[in-house]
Design a protein around this ligand. Structure first.
Ligand SMILES: Nc1ncnc2c1ncn2[C@@H]1O[C@H](COP(=O)(O)OP(=O)(O)OP(=O)(O)O)[C@@H](O)[C@H]1O
Ligand SMILES: [Mg+2]
Length: 298
């Protein structure tokens, strides 16, 4: 296979496929049940009190295909399902409906990446890299590059608990990106960095994409999303609302939130419904032998 064919094959291949995926959580609510139970049931309940369980629909039936070389931003209001989608892709939680397929194990760079605050930055580099499956030799070979990406040369020997939250985020990003993951998931971890770190992390993410990997980036900062991604997905209340180029999607999302901020709920929801109606949904087709083909939106 020629290099051009190989490149074409890599860039056409999906890295992450969400096939009609849904996520529901059952949670206990302290709110009194509103419906009036039947007479006999009410008496029974008095003797066997049961907590009021409610179902939270974190994601409603969503299909999405992310191809090699793509960097996809995920935006939406609080509680819209962004982190849930990332947790599903990373395998931290199993969907209650549909399935997630990934071409390799995704590396999740979250705000809570498991590093040890009492250990110094350099010790945490080793720890984080070992956790990602790198050998000691590989860690030694990449150590300087990780420190350079983090920009923490001066503080790398100090305990991580003495770092500011932005410094901690920089180190976590540098560690997660060093293993050249094919699929890198970043949930709100880049927001605390300064402009220099933003440029460095963008460069690192571009390098990963050039190696035919893909990046999924959740952020409330629309500037970060526009700077760092080539495609944006807007989620709202568990629904996929829009999937397209960063400029168009962030513009519509801002229009939506501006309506809400001004209290124009009806026009906000009209806009939401209009945008959602023109969404092209990815279609995942099962083929013989477990192979799948995809027609991707976006
Ligand atoms: N472990 C859980 N148990 C119960 N409900 C959950 C759980 N995790 C998330 N949810 C609910 O699922 C919905 C989506 O949450 P999610 O964390 O995915 O939102 P988000 O878009 O990441 O929000 P934010 O912008 O605030 O980070 C919310 O209604 C939330 O309350
Ligand atoms: Mg979140």
């Amino acid at each position: 296979m020629s290099a051009a064919d190989e490149l074409a094959r890599l860039t056409a291949d999906p890295c992450v496929v969400a096939d009609n995926v849904a996520m529901k959580y059952q949670v206990i609510s302290t709110e009194e049940q509103t419906e009036v139970p039947r007479f006999g049931w009410k008496i029974l309940q008095r003797f066997t009190p049961r907590p009021n369980t409610v179902t939270v629909h974190a994601l409603n039936r969503l299909s999405l295909v992310v191809r090699r070389g793509e960097s996809v931003g995920i935006i939406g209001r609080n509680g819209s399902g962004k982190s849930t989608l990332m947790k599903l892709v990373s395998g931290q939680v199993r969907p209650t409906g549909g399935a997630i397929h990934a071409s390799s194990t995704p590396i999740m760079l979250g705000v809570n990446a498991a590093l040890v605050p009492e250990l110094s930055g350099d010790q945490n580099v080793v720890l984080g890299c070992l956790a990602m499956g790198l050998s000691r030799d590989e860690i030694d070979a990449r150590f300087d590059e990780i420190v350079e990406v983090s920009g923490l040369e001066k503080s790398i020997h100090l305990p991580m608990k003495s770092y500011s939250s932005g410094m901690g985020s920089r180190l976590r990003f540098a560690i997660a990106a060093c293993g050249n993951p094919e699929i890198l998931l970043v949930d709100e971890a880049l927001n605390t960095g300064d402009a220099q770190f933003a440029a460095r992390s963008k460069r690192r993410m571009d390098e990963l994409r050039e190696k035919a990997g893909c990046v999924l980036l959740v952020s409330h900062s629309l500037d970060t999303i526009k700077d760092m991604t080539g495609r944006v997905v807007w989620l709202d209340k568990g629904d996929l609302i829009m999937d397209g180029n960063p400029k168009d999607v962030t513009k519509k999302y801002m229009e939506f939130t501006n309506h809400l901020a001004r209290g124009n709920n009806i026009s906000a929801h009209g806009l939401r419904a209009d945008v959602m109606a023109s969404l092209e949904v990815a279609n995942v087709v099962n083929q013989r032998g477990g192979d799948r083909s995809f027609t991707a939106a976006g």
